[in-house]
Write a protein that binds this ligand. Structure first.
Ligand SMILES: Nc1ncnc2c1ncn2[C@@H]1O[C@H](COP(=O)(O)OP(=O)(O)OP(=O)(O)O)[C@@H](O)[C@H]1O
Length: 274
């Protein structure tokens, strides 16, 4: 199989044996020299100053960086919510940077699964209906699709809450609905923006376990987070600084497991004190 060096090959942390040769037909996302400038009246803000990296299929990437480093800007570009000022963004073989607004809307609804900090569920709809929402825009609301939504609800542990409304669910349960919704289209990748930012540590642990499972199944996940203990559950951390890629680290299996155990111990201690 043809291989290529992953661009800006991430530096292995804690496991020098990690192979960063990635088969070229397995790269889900490839961005090159991506820039984003916001033109204001008095100045131009250079929010991204030429960022390049590849995300192989099945990767689990945490994007980190200080406030103002460009994380949201990058997330908006990866989520096709905004267009870059320059550079290329390939999703599979499609150059997203050249697409018009309608094409971007199609990519968003069909090929990207979104998970937001504030869940973004529709209050009037049930769990199953919320999971089906991305299909609504494609006019796909048959019995088969409903069955798939039910199966996804069951997979995230909400099999006994199918007809509940969001207000009848805890924050963690609402985020589970959002995770199931993000998978309904079998997306090319899942984009999570501070997915655990509103959750307590017990619920954060539960949501991260679901992400672990999705990753083990081969899902491609990109998440933005401020929290080290959340980022260390990913396979890779990309750190931005002043709009540029500052560090690209692979996280060894051992380090991920240590992060998982540390978090489980913290939760156990918390529960013991309660
Ligand atoms: N719509 C906009 N118009 C003008 N400037 C913007 C806009 N959005 C972001 N910026 C600027 O671009 C830079 C990067 O912002 P961005 O929101 O991407 O950073 P961030 O890393 O997500 O920060 P935070 O962690 O605080 O959310 C900042 O200097 C910010 O002020």
């Amino acid at each position: 199989m043809k291989t290529q060096k992953a661009y800006g090959s991430p530096k292995p942390i804690g496991d020098s044996s990690i192979d960063t040769e990635i088969p070229s037909n397995e790269i889900a996302i490839s961005i090159r020299n991506l820039t984003k400038e916001y033109v204001l009246k008095s100045e131009t803000v250079r929010a991204l100053r030429g960022v390049s990296f590849d995300v192989p299929n099945g990767d689990y990437v945490a994007i980190m960086g200080p406030s103002g480093s460009g994380k949201s800007t990058l997330l908006n570009l990866l989520g096709c919510l905004d267009k870059p000022t320059s550079g290329s963004f390939l999703l599979g073989d499609d150059d997203i940077a050249r697409m018009n607004d309608d094409q971007l809307a199609d990519i968003r609804s069909q090929r990207i699964g979104f998970i937001f900090q504030s869940y973004n569920l529709i209050q009037q709809l049930s769990v199953v209906e919320n999971i089906q929402v991305p299909l609504y825009y494609q006019g796909r609301l048959g019995a088969e699709e409903r069955q798939r939504a039910i199966e996804l609800a069951q997979r995230v542990g909400l099999g006994d809450r199918l007809d509940h409304r969001p207000t009848q669910l805890s924050g963690g349960q609402q985020q589970r609905v959002a995770i199931a919704r993000s998978l309904i289209n079998d997306p090319s990748f899942v984009l999570a923006d501070e997915a655990t930012g509103n959750l307590d540590s017990v619920t954060t642990g539960e949501i991260l376990t679901i992400f672990d499972q999705l990753s083990a199944e081969g899902r491609t996940i990109i998440m933005v987070t401020h929290e080290d203990e959340v980022a260390e559950r990913a396979k890779r951390i990309i750190r931005l600084k002043d709009g540029s890629l500052h560090l690209d680290e692979l996280i060894s299996q051992d380090r991920r497991e240590a992060a998982r155990q540390e978090q489980a111990a913290a939760v156990a201690e918390l529960l013991a004190r309660a």
